[in-house]
Design a protein around this ligand. Structure first.
Ligand code: HEM
Length: 143
């Protein structure tokens, strides 16, 4: 990580609503603690993830990049989720409910609203990507 990547960009959307690295850390750690205990999602995550500290670091980097534009996350969530079988709409809804509940408990109201809106938007695009991956895909380019 170089020096520039460590600091929130003053123009980042999360800065305006009071998101900090400490809040991101608390949110991510609390969220996945709840996920792991969840009847529906727990077994999926616990079967897939071998190295929890590494996953939590990745997720802190992800949300830090989304909210604070720190550039800490370099990955491809679409590819990662497309290879997971059986990610249904109901599972995404459960994920979003748990995430919403955690933001309400961990974040200030403005920050919670920001995280919830972003998570819904990202969940939507992940689901579209998965549907495309599982279906026939897009038409070949013409010409
Ligand atoms: C049903 C809902 C979901 C399930 C079951 C799920 C499951 C998983 C699992 C098992 C991994 C780890 C894969 C691995 O390291 O081998 C992962 C990674 C990840 N997930 Fe999800 N996920 C869900 C929804 C979401 C949503 C809504 C977001 C974002 C708002 C998200 C963001 C990420 C990111 C950023 C990674 C890290 C990818 C990387 O390693 O670069 N996930 N997810």
């Amino acid at each position: 990580m170089n020096g520039r990547e460590r600091f929130p960009d003053p123009r980042a959307p999360g800065v305006a609503v009071g998101v900090t690295e400490t809040m991101v850390h608390e949110l991510v750690h609390e969220f996945y603690a709840r996920i792991r205990k969840d009847e529906t999602l727990g077994p999926i995550f616990n079967a897939e993830i071998r190295d929890w500290p590494k996953h939590l670091d990745t997720m802190c980097a992800f949300w830090s990049s989304v909210a604070l534009m720190t550039g800490r996350y370099k990955g491809n969530p679409m590819a990662m989720h497309s290879r997971l079988p059986g990610l249904t709409r109901a599972l995404f809804e459960r994920w979003l409910t748990l995430f919403r509940e955690t933001t309400a408990d961990v974040c200030t109201p403005g920050a919670a609203e920001f995280f919830v809106l972003r998570s819904e938007r990202i969940a939507q695009s992940l689901q579209m990507g998965i549907a495309l991956h599982q279906g026939q895909g897009l038409l070949e380019p013409l010409g």
